[in-house]
Design a protein around this ligand. Structure first.
Ligand SMILES: Cc1cc2nc3c(=O)[nH]c(=O)nc-3n(C[C@H](O)[C@H](O)[C@H](O)COP(=O)(O)O)c2cc1C
Length: 284
């Protein structure tokens, strides 16, 4: 089972703080939130790629977003030097500002460029060491199907499909029928993503990528308050600024706002102006 990349949430400090819970839930790999692959940018300067604090039992795969094959090549060469042996391409980011510029899910509109990016990925990382994360389409859940012959031509490590279109962003029903059609067309290992619960879903566990349901489950644990305190401490060490840490903590707590234990607290939590107010609001 793979921990989904959630920018601002499943970051390195999160993975280090919740390492025990991540491993216990059955995750064997985590994809980093996306790192920009732009010309002239050294990916090793990105906080995500520092080593040493990661969970030893979990493989970490850096994910890149971009539309410049040379920049991607440079990034992949850099991470290989640093010891990473797998990488992932973001071909699913749905935000109009990203996709209209041809990055993220925008790559689905440009099969030639998508092929060039996959070609660079496979040639630098090696066969079976480069993966792609995408969606069923931009406007319609039938678009990815047309690209499967192209994708099948590359010896990818796996293809992750978030079973929504880009226009649907992160909400609404997932399209299981269209995902099954992709499954019947895919010659590369296929990973399901999109609102899968951690414990019971009709798709093999080793081919599941899960994000939000795991983050929510942390708030259901008896020791969730202790975990938050640990996350605050680790984040303060990393960021220094209590204000930045407060933003990070509120983002985590926002995943818990529907849980019985936190529902009443959330309206106060979201108004907290300092870490102390946040602690009081959460009864830490
Ligand atoms: C706040 C947020 C940030 C995200 N950041 C990324 C990202 O950096 N790269 C990526 O491929 N997907 C990203 N996603 C999408 C998730 O990886 C995942 O595809 C989506 O949340 C659906 O899976 P889930 O229902 O299990 O959470 C993000 C989603 C959210 C909500």
């Amino acid at each position: 089972m793979i921990l989904a990349p959630l920018r601002g949430v499943t970051i390195r400090c999160f993975r280090a703080t919740f390492s025990h819970e991540i491993a216990e839930a059955g995750f064997t790999e985590a994809i980093t939130p996306f790192i920009t692959a732009n010309a002239g940018v050294n990916p090793l300067k990105d906080r995500e790629l520092g080593r040493g604090e990661e969970i030893p039992s979990i493989k970490v795969t850096p994910q890149f977003i971009g539309k410049d094959p040379d920049a991607l090549k440079f990034c992949l060469e850099k991470i290989r030097e640093k010891g990473y042996d797998t990488a992932d391409l973001n071909a699913g980011c749905p935000f109009p500002m990203v996709r209209n510029k041809g990055r993220g899910s925008g790559l689905l509109k440009n099969p030639k460029l998508l092929a060039e990016m996959m070609s660079v990925g496979v040639s630098i990382m090696g066969e079976g060491r480069f993966s792609v994360k995408t969606r069923l389409g931009i406007d319609s859940p039938n678009e990815l199907k047309a690209l499967m012959p192209l994708i099948n031509d590359f010896p990818l490590r796996y293809l992750t499909v978030h079973s929504r279109t880009a226009k649907e962003m992160y909400c609404g029903n997932v399209h299981l029928e269209e995902f099954k059609e992709i499954a019947s067309n895919a010659k590369v290992p296929l990973i399901y993503n999109g609102d899968a619960p951690i414990d019971d879903f009709d798709w093999p566990k080793e081919y599941l990528m899960i994000g939000r349901s795991f983050i929510r489950s942390l708030g259901e644990r008896e020791n969730s308050n202790e975990l938050v305190e640990k996350y605050i401490e680790n984040s303060l060490k990393e960021l220094g600024s209590p204000r930045a840490v407060l933003g990070r903590m509120k983002e985590l707590a926002s995943y818990w706002k529907e849980l019985p234990r936190y529902r009443r607290l959330w309206p106060i939590v979201k108004l907290a102006r300092t870490l102390d107010e946040f602690r009081i609001a959460l009864n830490l």
